[in-house]
Each structure stands twice: as structure tokens, then as C-alpha cells.
Design a protein around this ligand. Structure first.
Ligand SMILES: O=C(O)CCC(=O)C(=O)O
Length: 365
């Protein structure tokens, strides 16, 4: 029988505390989104005027050929201007990408009690968390998304702790992607014309996690968001999206694909992975690389999945603009901070665009 949500608390308990998620809400037979999901007008995503980011994906296999320098240029330019680009021939097998989408659907199709065992506070593992929305306790309107977060420490821990339904495929995704991430970080740091020890580059991606996001088909996509405006916290994010679309990025400076302030869609490209710059890389590069604000629209026809890998420093790591870049720029745009401080700030607030970096900005930013 469909549960009756006679007040906000019972809906919150059903969706968040009892771990039914948005999926459980949809399965209960609702025909319109409950008030708790209705976004204020300014946060809603109108896809009528949606502009698609038409730039071709960057072919990473060309890094090993005569066009190496041109590809390096393309990567650095995309990271400087939009903060988002897509890559093909990235070293992650295309069949694996298909399996990832399948296992994500399988995981979320399970009965709620199978997923709720991983809810915060009851999860048997410190490395696995299942949840819904971003920080539901702090949000004016909830996000139309369920997710599972899997933190990587080593292969053995991943295979012991991550959910059986997805652990092998998720681990292979992480292990095959991480080589590409390392190469991209080296390229981007190299383009800053600084010398950085290998250990410092490793430290920028010292913590790795795989998420699987599930956006159930939504009766009112015009009123909701799948994920609200935010930038990512780490160094680089690798994102696999399925063919449904709905990922929008805010243009920070005029480019061919759009004008400053426009929201443009990053269209699904079969076999491609989306790469985006996170706040850490923006800080380290003293603002040279852009950690772009992005958000996700829901759809009424099909449930969407996306699978990001987040690479971040460890909480104890000190983050600040690289001294040689500050010297060249003549000004430091961010102060130094321990990454834990950033995380407290990030997870202590609802998504609110680029506000996640305000605490570290210096007047010169
Ligand atoms: O689903 C997507 O396309 C993006 C997801 C995202 O922005 C996130 O998980 O932080």
C-alpha cells in the first residue's frame, strides 16, 4: 500500500532515515513530486534553451604520437576555460563502462532493506555509505537522487567491504581510470610551468572514491533537480554518464560553446568519459584551472545513472596555491588550509554553487 505522507517528517523519515530513497518514493506510486522536492524558481532547470557543448572529445591515445603537444594544449585549454572536457581512448575498456551502468541499475533495483544496510550510522563499513540527496538535513528542497559512496583504501578492503552487487566492476573502473587521472594531473601541473615532486602529485589524489548515482524517472522534471549547483571538491573527477543526458555546466568565461553565465549541457558520447576540474586543482593552480559549477536535470521518461570517481587529497593534506605559480602571478588567490577544513565546510552545507571555496579566498581572488 502507498504510504501516506501526511506531514513533512513522515516523508523525510521514509525517504532519508528509513533508507527508501527517491526510488522507494517513486515505487510507492506517487504521481507528482512532494513539496519537499520542489525547488525555488531560481534553482529549477529549464532545458528548453539548453545549449549543448559541441566540442569533440579529446583522444588520449594521441598523447603517445606526433600530436602529443597539441593534445596537451587541448587538455590545458579545456581545464582553463570550462573546467570540463570529454575523453575517448582513455584506457578504460568500453565493455566495462557498459557493465558499470548495468550494475548501478541492479544495485538500485534491489529492495530498500538491501540498500538501507549501508545508511550512515548503521553501515557495517566505514568505506561504504548509501544515501539520498546531498545533506538532507540542511536543504531547502531535497535533490532527486539516491547514491552509494565507496571509499578506496586498497583492493583487498574494496573487495571485502564494497557491496557484492558492484564491487568488482567498480574497483576495475577505479583501477583503470586512475592511470589516466595521474597522467592528466601531470599534464596540467606541467602546463603551469612548475616543478613538483612526484609525491606531491600523488598527494593531490591521495583519497579516491567511486559513487554510483541513481536518478529515478521524475513526474515533474521542471520543478526538481537531480543534483543542485555545486563544484567538486577534489583534484579531478572522472564521470561516466549514461545516454539520457541532463548534466549542465556553467560557463565561467566566453568560449565558442557559450557565453559567460550560460548553462551548457555536456552531451552523452558513447564510450567517452567526462573529466572535470575540482576545487582543489583550482586552488593549487591559483585559479588558473576552473572548477566549474554544474548541476543535473531529472527526466520524466527513464531513470538515469552516473558513476563518478572523485580524487581528492587526504583530509590531513595541506592545500594552497603552488608557490611558483603565486610568484608568476604576483598574487595568491587562496590561503593554505588542511583539506579536512574544506571537507567540513563542503559537507556542512547544502549545495550552493561555488560558495564551497569562499572560506579560502583571499581578497585578490
Ligand atoms: O550525474 C552527473 O552527471 C553528475 C553527478 C555529480 O555532479 C556528482 O555526483 O557530484
Amino acid at each position: 500500500m502507498a504510504p501516506s505522507f501526511d506531514d513533512g517528517n513522515s516523508l523525510f523519515d521514509f525517504v532519508v532515515r528509513d533508507g527508501n530513497g527517491v526510488k522507494g518514493l517513486v515505487d510507492s506510486g506517487i504521481s507528482k513530486v512532494p513539496d519537499q522536492y520542489i525547488q525555488p524558481q531560481q534553482e529549477r532547470i529549464d532545458n528548453q534553451n539548453g545549449i549543448s557543448h559541441k566540442l569533440p572529445p579529446i583522444d588520449l591515445s594521441k598523447l603517445d604520437g606526433p600530436n602529443h603537444d597539441q593534445v596537451v594544449e587541448e587538455i590545458a585549454s579545456a581545464a582553463e576555460k570550462l573546467g570540463f572536457f570529454q575523453v575517448v581512448n582513455h584506457g578504460v575498456p568500453v565493455e566495462l563502462l557498459e557493465s558499470l551502468k548495468d550494475v548501478a541499475h541492479k544495485f538500485f533495483a534491489q529492495p530498500p532493506e538491501k540498500k538501507a544496510v549501508y545508511c550512515q550510522g548503521v553501515s557495517p563499513s566505514p568505506y561504504v555509505k548509501y544515501g539520498t540527496s546531498f545533506v538532507p538535513e540542511k536543504e531547502r528542497a531535497l535533490e532527486w537522487k539516491d547514491y552509494i559512496n565507496m571509499v578506496y583504501t586498497n583492493d583487498a578492503d574494496a573487495l571485502n567491504h564494497w557491496p557484492n552487487e558492484c564491487k568488482e566492476v567498480a574497483l576495475e573502473f577505479l583501477n583503470t581510470s586512475i592511470k589516466m587521472v595521474r597522467k592528466l594531473v601531470e599534464i596540467l601541473i606541467g602546463k603551469l610551468e612548475v616543478t613538483v615532486e612526484d609525491s606531491r602529485i600523488d598527494a593531490l589524489t591521495g583519497l579516491k572514491m567511486v559513487n554510483m548515482n541513481f536518478y529515478p524517472a521524475c513526474p515533474n522534471p521542471d520543478l526538481t533537480v537531480g543534483v543542485g549547483r555545486h563544484s567538486d571538491m577534489g583534484t579531478l573527477t572522472v564521470l561516466l554518464q549514461d545516454g539520457i543526458g541532463g548534466l549542465y555546466v556553467k560557463v565561467e568565461e566566453d568560449i565558442d560553446a557559450g557565453k559567460k553565465g550560460d548553462w551548457i549541457e555536456i552531451p552523452p558520447i558513447p564510450g567517452a568519459l567526462v573529466i572535470n576540474v575540482g576545487d582543489t586543482l583550482q586552488v593549487v593552480s591559483n585559479g588558473r584551472y576552473k572548477s566549474a559549477e554544474h548541476r543535473v536535470r531529472t527526466t520524466s521518461t527513464q531513470s538515469r545513472v552516473s558513476i563518478p570517481i572523485f580524487t581528492t587529497p587526504k583530509p590531513t593534506e595541506k592545500i594552497g596555491p603552488l608557490p611558483q605559480v603565486v610568484e608568476t602571478d604576483g598574487v595568491a588567490r587562496y590561503r593554505e588550509f588542511a583539506f579536512q577544513e574544506y571537507m567540513n565546510n563542503f559537507f556542512g552545507n547544502a549545495h550552493d554553487g561555488k560558495k564551497s571555496l569562499d572560506f579560502a579566498k583571499l581578497d585578490s581572488a
